[in-house]
Every structure is written in C-alpha cells, then in structure tokens.
Design a protein around this ligand. Sequence first.
Ligand code: FAD
Length: 154
Amino acid sequence: NYIVSLGNVCRWLAGKAEALGVEIYPGFAAAGLLYNEEGAVNGVVTGDMGVEKDGSHGPGFAPGMALMGKYVLIGEGARGSLAKQLIAKYKLSDGREPGKYGIGLKELWQVKPENHRPGLVQHSFGWPLDMKTGGGSFLYHLEDNQVAVGFVLH
Ligand SMILES: Cc1cc2nc3c(=O)[nH]c(=O)nc-3n(C[C@H](O)[C@H](O)[C@H](O)COP(=O)(O)OP(=O)(O)OC[C@H]3O[C@@H](n4cnc5c(N)ncnc54)[C@H](O)[C@@H]3O)c2cc1C
C-alpha cells in the first residue's frame, strides 16, 4: 500500500493548485459568512489581523478581506464554526442522525530493519473493546523503519 502523510499530500496539492492559478491564503481563518439578498451564501470574510489584547488596532493591523465566490464550499472539517452557523440557519441537521465522534491516539515507532515492511498495513477490530463499543487499531509501516501505531475509539 501507499502510506502518506496528509500534511505532505496537502502541501504537494497546494503547489499543483497554485501552478494552475489557484490563490491560497494560509493563515487566514474565514471568520464570517456573507449572504446575497436572496439569503444564499456568496462569500466569506476573513478575521482582522493585528488586533491587540484590549481590542485596539496594533501596528500590524489589517482589516479582514471579503472573498466572494460564484460557489462557496465550506470544508472546515468536524465541528466547523461557520458550518455550525449554516447548519442552524438552513436547518441541515433536522431529521438526521446526530454527529458521531471518536478519539484517536497515535505513536511513531522506530523499529529494527528486520521487522520493517514498507507499505504494510494492519488493522484490528474489537479487542480490547467490548461488544457495544466501536473502534480498532492500526499499524502503518512508513519509510525509514518507522511504524505508526494507533488506536481509535468511537
Ligand atoms: C486520528 C485520526 C486518524 C485518521 N486516520 C485516517 C487514515 O488513516 N486514513 C484516512 O483516510 N482518514 C483518516 N482520518 C480521517 C481523515 O483525516 C478525515 O476524514 C479528513 O481529514 C477530513 O477532511 P476534511 O477536509 O473534511 O477536514 P479536515 O482535514 O479537518 O480539514 C479542514 C481544514 O479546515 C481548516 N479550517 C477549519 N475552520 C476554518 C475556518 N473557519 N477558516 C479557515 N480554515 C478553517 C482546519 O484548520 C483544517 O485544516 C483520520 C482522522 C483522525 C482524527
């Protein structure tokens, strides 16, 4: 199998996207939603930068920018703050199953070369959980004799 770091994949994809002319603004959180007169989302506004602890404008102050789009895709991951507003405004969770969350733990192990098989993936389910609890473990053999060892509990 190919085992990849999501952070490295994102960095690689960012370079590809920028080469195609996509503008990426890392470090700027989308702080608010913008709506057109029909109530449809047509953009986001980024947060003000350089605001002091007391709320005053520091020397590096820069006001937030409005970024408008024909299409606006919200991809904040789980528990997004803007997604939360949209879910409430458009009642997106009405009649749906409640969200499900899990906790995951991971360690990076350096193993002996003779115990390392790059690309090996092993998953386990069940033990040590009981019959009512979902979850399992994983072993991902990365490069350089490293193995990601983890456990996820629903
Ligand atoms: C411990 C763990 C292990 C996992 N292992 C695997 C695995 O081995 N294989 C697999 O396929 N999946 C795995 N997953 C699941 C996978 O990581 C997720 O399903 C996937 O990352 C979700 O992608 P996403 O783009 O929806 O959200 P995310 O990856 O969460 O990306 C959302 C991004 O938006 C940013 N963001 C949030 N709010 C704002 C805002 N207002 N303005 C600007 N940016 C914002 C966040 O900082 C984040 O970078 C794992 C998840 C966890 C927690």
